[in-house]
Each structure stands twice: as structure tokens, then as C-alpha cells.
Design a protein around this ligand. Structure first.
Ligand code: ADP
Ligand code: MG
Length: 252
């Protein structure tokens, strides 16, 4: 269970990006975060594992106060929280396999990674992760030579190496075309349903949230504007979240 308790974020320039967010996310849920650009989605996701320090409020994960954790405690917490990004954040010149193995850094001796020599069991684990996302055949390609969808699947495989209980995905499909978006979302769905990994995923399109999420959270100007079932976002709700001029773009 992830509990977000009255989280506020004020950036150094005084801008208030999150205004008292309260949420409880039970284990195993697939939660979509929607909202206009600038509404605070990335800030919220990054506050959860303290890539961004919340200004006030608490994050409690599995009963542990993340916001009060020491550096060592935080390292252990982050180990079990996978993260995937819109721009994939791979080392493009490095092989797919090495990129995936780097996800294991919280676990193996960092010296192994310096010499690109991971123990054999880590290679096996990385190959298994690549198989999960259907690209084991690309293990020895340069990551930068893969298509966007394939690169994001490498990103998922890398996160899987952490044996995550929770996956934070910040607009994971925003750089991909609709068909590729669905193929990537389906892998996230599979990890959620088969492995019980909780997923918190910001998305651009409501249609994607409807297709994959158990629950939708909408942010507007740093506030929680909606929290409920995807099907309960009707036309009125949609305009409330995205503004009066919003046009609902549906992709299938
Ligand atoms: P989203 O991911 O929904 O687009 P963000 O969380 O990135 O929104 O940003 C929320 C708001 O906070 C935006 O108005 C953005 O400009 C602002 N913001 C983000 N990062 C910083 C920062 N480092 N300093 C000041 N303002 C920031
Ligand atoms: Mg963002």
C-alpha cells in the first residue's frame, strides 16, 4: 500500500506544483495519472521515490515513511521501485543487455558495472527480463539502434531487474505512435496482472487510461481534480479536467 499524505511541492522559485495531494493506492492497482501539461504529474511521480523532495507531507510505502528515510533506507526503498521514462533514458551506445543489467545496480557490487562484467546469473536474469518484453533477440544490439517502442521495452526490462513491487511510469508512451503505445502498455498490463506489480503511470490520452487503468487520478494546477473509475469520466468531467476548449482525442 502506498499512502500519499498531504503532499505539497514548492519549487525553489516559489512555484507551487503540488497542493496537498492525498491518495491511498492499494497493492496491485494500475493507476493512470492524467492532466494537462504542467498539472504536476511528473512532480508527483518523482516525489514518491524522492527524486524530487516534497516540501511537506508524507509518503508511506508498505508502512515505511519514505519521506523520513535515511540515505541507506532510501536506497533499499528505491531498489523496489522501478521507473520508466518518456525518453527511455537508455545509454544509447551501450548494448541492450548492458542497459538491462544496469537496472540491477542497487543489488550487485557497483564495481562489476564499471568493467561491464556482471556475474553470469545477472546475465541470465537480464535475458529473462528481455524475454518478458519480447526482445531477447536484440540483446546484443546497440540500444540506440532500436525503434522507440523497442527502446521502451528495454526500459521496462531494466526496471524489472529491480524486482519491483511498484513501477512509476512517467508518460511512457508519449513519444510513441498509437499502435506502438498499445504494445508497450500491454507489457505494463501483463506485469501488473501476472506479477502483481502496482503501476502508477502518467498518460496523455484518456483513451489509454480507459483501456488499461483500474483507476484514474486527474491533476489540475497541482490539485487532485478526480479520483475514480475510468468509466466515470464523462464529457463534463473531461472538460473539468482539461478545460472548456479541450477536444477529446481518441486513439484505438
Ligand atoms: P506535468 O508532468 O504534469 O507536465 P510537472 O510536474 O512537470 O507537470 O510540472 C508542474 C509545474 O511545475 C509546471 O508548471 C512546471 O513548469 C513547474 N516546474 C517543474 N519543475 C520545476 C522546477 N524545477 N522549478 C520550478 N518550476 C518547476
Ligand atoms: Mg511530466
Amino acid at each position: 500500500m502506498l499512502v500519499i499524505e498531504n503532499i505539497t511541492k514548492v519549487y525553489d522559485n516559489g512555484f507551487v506544483a503540488l497542493k496537498g495531494i492525498n491518495l491511498e493506492i492499494p497493492d496491485g492497482q494500475f493507476v493512470a495519472i492524467i492532466g494537462l501539461s504542467g498539472s504536476g504529474k511528473s512532480t508527483l511521480l518523482r516525489c514518491i521515490n524522492r527524486l524530487i523532495e516534497p516540501t511537506s507531507g508524507r509518503i508511506i510505502w508498505n508502512g515505511v515513511d519514505v519521506t523520513a528515510a535515511s540515505d541507506e533506507e532510501l536506497r533499499l526503498i528505491r531498489r523496489r521501485i522501478g521507473m520508466i521514462f518518456q525518453q527511455f533514458n537508455l545509454v544509447k551506445r551501450s548494448s541492450v543487455l548492458n542497459n538491462v543489467m544496469s537496472g540491477r545496480l542497487g543489488y550487485v557490487n557497483p564495481l562489476f558495472s564499471l568493467v561491464n562484467h556482471f556475474p553470469g546469473q545477472e546475465r541470465k536474469r537480464a535475458m529473462a527480463a528481455l524475454e518478458r518484453v519480447g526482445i531477447a533477440d536484440k540483446a546484443h544490439n546497440r540500444a540506440g539502434n532500436l525503434s522507440g517502442g523497442q527502446q521502451q521495452r528495454v526500459g521496462i526490462a531494466r526496471a524489472l531487474m529491480q524486482d519491483p513491487e511498484l513501477m512509476l511510469a512517467d508518460e511512457p508512451v508519449a513519444s510513441l505512435d498509437p499502435a506502438t503505445s498499445h504494445s508497450v502498455m500491454k507489457y505494463l498490463q501483463e506485469l501488473n496482472k501476472q506479477d502483481g506489480i502496482s503501476i502508477l503511470c502518467s498518460l496523455h490520452f484518456l483513451s489509454l487510461a480507459r483501456a488499461y487503468a483500474d483507476r484514474v487520478i486527474a491533476l489540475k494546477d497541482g490539485k487532485l481534480e478526480f479520483d475514480g473509475l475510468p468509466k466515470d469520466i464523462d464529457e463534463d468531467r473531461f472538460r473539468q479536467i482539461y478545460g472548456e476548449d479541450a477536444v477529446q482525442v481518441e486513439i484505438h
